[in-house]
Write a protein that binds this ligand. Structure first.
Ligand code: 5GP
Ligand code: ZN
Length: 118
């Protein structure tokens, strides 16, 4: 938990968001500026800045989050009627275009023309 972190505040309930899933590892909510028909942010409860700070001791929560992603995507409108596929995006560090410095995973999906523009 960081007092100055936007996503820690959302995870802690101090700032509202359209939350679609919560468990011991993560909170999932709608991106405030969606870049696709489905645009969710999967935010680990653990405050860690980016993928560059991840190390092998994080394998537990990180692995459980990865295993959860397809279910979250399917339940939230990613290509219903097709295979439920989605794009997973992680911006890591300044060079990676990361704007919020708390590791998060973008789930992008829905009708396909948005692909290629992200
Ligand atoms: P990044 O560039 O760090 O990977 O992505 C940050 C994402 O957080 C952006 O897609 C942006 O629209 C989203 N975002 C920024 N502020 C807020 C907020 O207050 N609430 C929500 N739900 N999303 C936010
Ligand atoms: Zn944080």
């Amino acid at each position: 938990m960081s007092d100055h972190c936007l996503f820690c505040k959302i995870v802690g309930g101090a700032i509202p968001a359209k939350i679609v899933h919560e468990d011991e590892d993560c909170v999932v909510f709608h991106d405030i500026a969606p870049a696709a028909p489905v645009h969710l942010l999967v935010v680990p409860r653990h405050h860690i800045i980016s993928l560059q700070e991840v190390n092998p001791t994080d394998a537990g929560w990180l692995g459980r989050i990865m295993a959860l992603l397809p279910k979250i995507a399917l339940e939230n409108g990613c290509n219903p009627g097709h295979d439920g596929g989605f794009r997973l995006m992680v911006n890591s560090g300044i060079e990676g275009g990361q704007e919020v410095n708390h590791l998060h995973f973008h789930i992008l999906g829905g009708k396909r023309p948005w692909q290629g523009r992200t």
